[in-house]
Ligand binder design. Structure first.
Ligand code: EPU
Length: 342
């Protein structure tokens, strides 16, 4: 076990948005013991941050003396609970999509709809990662975290995490206090549920699949994502840049009557979800370029760093988009990634 330290790290190298300045030091830890040692050796006033795949954060510009902590990937293990349920226990540093691939290969259902999402395991409960009708909270069993205030490891149940849409306790009181080290997902040996998304049905039909296996569902999701979301290796983005809007159902219905291209989904008697992508698209901003930032041509929910974007430039474009959407539809969009300030 070892802590690998690197100094003067450019944040562009650890962020899929390829933005940010330079940090004084990065520590790569391999184990919980490494993490505990690292905190024990750190002055109390040392600023620190844990980063996973860097696929949902926007770093600030300039130089910072903050310590960036990252986890090296480690082994995944299983714990069979009963005939139907197996817990898949993954270290924070594991690459999320390799965990999904592993579950699918071993015939375990529950996370196949979360295929091809960039990032690491430790981030999945923080923002309650979700896609195609499944959220991390649906399959979450428990997690282990290091409490920096007591220097002890603690366990969190699903209730403890207080999950919401792209939300959890780790974005609020738990922030800067708990470092997630391991997550346990409760998976099933039952037949998988096929996500009720038109794109999934279309893909399965195109492959003449009538009874979809786990890997058929995984392939369908990989296919759909590749058409809607840029590959972070080629195009600099953080996936969805805005959260979908939850508004009174009556307002959503009025908007839909006026703007039929809006994606409106009733949630319950009184609330509806309005797709942020469809709001930006209907406002005519899809595919538009504003200096170093553009609205992705295949999905208006995604902003692209065309190269060398600064936080100021991003901020201006984000404010402009929020303003245009607000003016046209009366809905205030909120950014989805974490806009970090050191
Ligand atoms: N839409 C448009 N124009 C656009 C983009 C989308 O009209 O430019 C419409 C679509 O046609 C569709 C609706 O908006 O009717 C919703 O689109 P989609 O199903 O692709 O999902 P989304 O709401 O845009 C959310 C998540 C994604 C996740 C997908 C799939 C958020 C902020 N985003 O996007 O998550 O992959 O659902 O379930 O909730 C991410 O968080 O980074 C992310 C990619």
């Amino acid at each position: 076990m070892a802590i690998i330290r690197t100094s003067a790290v450019p944040l562009t190298s650890i962020s899929t948005f390829r933005m940010g300045g330079t940090v004084a030091e990065m520590a790569l830890v391999e184990s919980e013991q490494d993490l505990q040692e690292l905190f024990a050796s750190m002055p109390a006033d040392r600023k620190w941050i844990v980063i996973g795949g860097g696929s949902n954060v926007v770093f600030p510009d300039g130089d910072s003396d903050i310590l960036v902590i990252r986890f090296a990937p480690a082994d995944i293990r299983f714990e069979k609970i009963d005939e139907d349920t197996t817990h898949l226990i993954a270290p924070a540093g594991a690459v999320w999509d390799s965990v999904v691939a592993f579950a699918v290969e071993h015939g375990l259902s529950g996370i196949e709809a979360l295929s091809a999402i960039p990032g690491s395991v430790g981030a999945t409960p923080i923002q309650n990662v979700g896609a195609y009708g499944v959220e991390t909270s649906d399959v979450f069993h428990s997690l282990r975290a290091f409490d920096v205030t007591t220097n002890e490891f603690v366990s969190f149940s699903k209730d403890d995490c207080r999950f919401g849409y792209r939300d959890s306790i780790f974005k609020h009181e738990g922030k800067k206090r708990f470092v997630i080290t391991e997550v346990s997902y409760a998976l099933s040996t039952d037949e998988p549920n096929v996500p009720q998304y038109p794109g999934v049905a279309d893909y399965l039909a195109s492959q003449s699949i009538t009874r979809a296996s786990l890997s058929d569902i995984r392939n369908a999701i990989i296919h759909i994502r590749s058409t809607k979301l840029p590959d972070p290796r080629e195009i600099a983005s953080v996936g969805s840049f805005f959260k979908n809007a939850i508004v009174p159902r009556i307002d959503a219905e009025k908007l839909k009557a006026e703007y039929p291209t809006l994606a409106v989904f009733p949630i319950n008697e009184s609330l509806s979800k309005v797709g942020a992508g469809s709001l930006i698209d209907t406002a005519g901003l899809k595919g538009k370029r504003f200096g170093t930032i553009s609205v992705y041509k295949n999905n208006a929910l995604v902003l692209v760093n065309e190269g060398g974007a600064t936080r100021e430039e991003l901020k201006n474009v984000v404010e402009m988009i929020i303003g245009e959407v607000q003016k046209k539809f009366g809905i205030t969009l909120e950014p989805e990634p974490e806009l970090l300030e050191f």
